[in-house]
Write a protein that binds this ligand. Structure first.
Ligand code: BG6
Length: 303
């Protein structure tokens, strides 16, 4: 029996959760909940699509040049950054944003919950293949709940006998009408590290608007953020718990050209990353036996 058929037999629920063979041997899970549907690539536990019934445009952005390949992170959706955020603290050869987003995760549960949302839980055990990069014993789970809202819960468990420092993010690319037509609310008065052209600590005043490359780590904030998009006439609300950093990123022209996989002629204009994280000053010390959960919930409101 193929892996997909086995997954369908073990976890599939008719009309709610189904598995499909993707390209290059990758497996995709499709979740159909009340009011919306999502797709998840088991490599990376990567939610790459979420669409809400009655809302025209997908809520998540997926690059037209996204590649579904073993060992390659998908450009768009929600990459899981773990166990570090950005470059590794001491070894520049280790992959940016950690190895979870390119690792093979295992399905441990799925179905429909009492609210008729479709759910799926994926697990990643670390400490063998990844031990050169991560010499700790830990378990990681991502639970996705999809329907009219999308929720994700990233749970880290320290199963070893020493503490470790953890950086993490649910690095979501949101589909927007145009970067110059949106604003982000919720971070007024918040301090952030501005990382464009050097690193400088600044304080946010009022909402965020965009007219140049933006790459900021807002710290010490558990605030709900709202992306207001006058072009698509919708608001995307980002609620979170267990996360004290919010990363706001758009590469703008020159960085997008260097990256080369954001779609032509100006794919970068159509997304904004608002990432719920524990990064920089807010990295976590996870002690033996401790469990830490980073939870997000996305809601769309039409204007
Ligand atoms: C963001 C960082 O979180 O991720 C940016 O703040 C980075 O600096 C971006 O360019 C994309 O990273 P990657 O590794 O997926 O190209």
């Amino acid at each position: 029996m193929s892996q997909t058929a086995e997954l369908d037999r073990a976890f599939g629920v008719s009309g709610v959760l189904a598995f499909e063979d993707g390209v290059d041997g990758l497996t995709i899970a499709h979740l159909h909940g009340a009011g919306g549907r999502a797709s998840v690539c088991l490599q990376g536990a990567h939610v790459f699509d979420w669409q809400v019934s009655g809302v025209e445009m997908p809520v998540l952005w997926l690059s037209p040049q996204a590649q579904f390949k073993p060992g390659k992170s998908i450009r768009g959706g929600t990459p899981v950054c773990w166990p570090w955020f950005g470059p590794h603290a001491s070894n520049p050869n280790f992959p940016a944003h950690g190895f979870a987003r390119t690792s093979a995760w295992r399905v441990v549960g799925g179905g429909a919950d009492e609210d008729d949302q479709a759910w799926l839980t994926l697990a990643l055990e670390t400490g063998t293949a990844s031990s050169v990069m991560w010499p700790y014993s830990s378990e990681l789970e991502l639970t996705v709940r999809a329907g009219a809202t999308l929720s994700m819960s990233l749970v880290t468990r320290n199963t070893g006998d020493g503490a470790f420092t953890l950086g993490e993010a649910l690095h979501t690319y949101f589909r927007i009408s145009d970067i110059e037509s949106v604003s982000v609310h919720g971070l007024d008065s918040c301090d952030y590290w501005d990382t464009v052209g050097g690193v400088e600590r600044k304080t946010q005043h009022e909402e965020i608007r965009f007219n140049a490359e933006t790459d900021r780590v807002y710290i010490d904030t558990s605030a709900t953020c709202v992306i207001e998009d006058s072009g698509l006439r919708r608001r995307i609300r980002i609620d979170k718990t267990g996360s004290l950093s919010t990363v706001v990123w758009n590469p703008w022209t020159a960085k997008a050209e260097r990256m080369g996989d954001l779609g032509q002629p100006a794919g970068w204009r159509e997304f904004l990353c608002v990432e719920s994280a524990n990064a920089w000053d807010n990295r976590l010390i996870v002690r033996p036996g401790e469990v830490r959960a980073l939870n997000v919930k996305y809601t769309v409101e039409l204007m």
